[in-house]
Design a protein. Sequence first.
Length: 243
Amino acid sequence: MSLLEASINELVTANHILAREGVVDSFGHISIRHPENPDHYLLSCSRAPECIKAEDIMEFKLDGEPVNPKGRDPYAERAIHGSIYEARPEVMSVVHNHSPNVIPFGVTGCTLKPLMHMAAGMGTDMPIWDSRTNFGDTTLLVTTMDMGRDLANMLHDHRAALMRGHGCVVVGKSVREVVFSSIYLEINAELQFKANTLGDITFLSDGEVEAILKRRGPYTFERAWERWCLRANRPYEAAPDHK
């Protein structure tokens, strides 16, 4: 199997996992930077994540232009992915989702912060991007590169950002890392709702987050990935650096 074929298969699996774990439903998407051309990325055509197959994966330039559409309709919000890859050379995978427990934190004054060690990948400071600030009243969808670049600018060097009334964006150095972070971001948000009913919350400190991320290795993502593959009824293939 070629590197490109392996990347496409992993991307398909990632879509099914995110759907199975409740991070995406009929909407939301995950991309990966092209393994052989860093100025391109791979993203499915416009389908519900749980339905995606290998033949649905399309190749795009950073400006969102499809390389060979073959009659397939792309996601309207692909500008999110291209703009982040353009601004962040170290980012290898991007997730945009409407994770239900995360959305309330983007429309209230309550700050979403990590309270459990597994959610350290969200970082301790998550900015909120509001499309209304620079673009007025819109559908809230990121449908142009101008909007995508504005979002990427707000994201800056953070691991995730909230999108007011819309959802969030999560970035990582691999598909497995960004899937891991997206799932535990949703879990952390749900736990924060519950913890708020009991009293003041002791969140992770910057130092704790740094220590957790420093200790975290490929085995962390691999253990979770194997289980999630089983739950999503997808074949498990160990990452190259874990074989």
